[in-house]
Design a protein around this ligand. Sequence first.
Ligand code: AKB
Length: 315
Amino acid sequence: MPHTDMILVIGANGQIGSELLAALRNEYGIDKVIASDIRTPGKELNDSGPFELLDVLDKSALERIIRRYRITTIYHLAAMLSAIAENKPLSGWHLNMGGLLNVLQSSVDLGVSRVFWPSSIAAFGLHSPRQNTDQWVVMDPNTVYGISKLAGEGWCNYYFEKKNLDVRSLRFPGLISYKTLPGGGTTDYAIDIFYHALKSKHYTCFLRADTRLPMMYMPDAIRGTLELMQTPAGKINIRTSYNFSAINFTPEEIASSIKKVIPGFSIDYKPDFRQAIAESWPESMNDTQARADWNWHSEYDLDAMVKDMLQHIER
Ligand code: AKB
């Protein structure tokens, strides 16, 4: 990305946003990266550089910010995650689709040249192969979140092909981080478990013991996002969204890894409505295309991630 770029991060208070914002400011300079969110920022974010309150569904407000800062690249991260969207399907669709379409169309109208938007493993569905799921397979999501991700991928590709907008996207697995809590996803157990392990040495998991899902530690996810965005446009062969993979594990396996550090830790299982969501998603992903096009590789395995998470949360 040229260093003359002006970058807007939408959803900067969120789980991905807060860490991506810090990484972008570190890479490109504080004044080159404008944070925005629908929620008033905490002191740390407020003091860390320029911030604008923004509801991405308010297109005029979005366009005012793009004009004011002469934005050239947008990272659009504001979305409703899978479990919450299942409880509020129409609001989930409205935010996830309306927000993306506002960003794509305003970018074309106002000369923003590059957009990043996260898709998800939720874009796959009950008839997608579940092991080593390939880039190109049947995709029939049955959650509102997944439907919005699959439709969003189509829109990203459309704006690339028809409007020449340089849109890039990754199908994120469950993301694990210690800095900001996730907001209502099906993979959230893999973060909650650490807080309970440290506080009470016991966790009741809302998924079954053997529910395998693709996951990624946040430092890998942030590095991968920056690497994708820094790749020359000619090498980006996927304009819907890239399969993006690191580790996969079950609740039982992450519990065993935690037990290596906290021997008295125990877990039990009370599956709820999120079990069905998890069972409609892949267990592991094939990210050959990302490896070939922009040299993607992950660094953290399960035990390394668990050790790092426990150390940071304890601190
Ligand atoms: C969720 O669980 O909803 C997200 C996702 C996999 O996209 N973490």
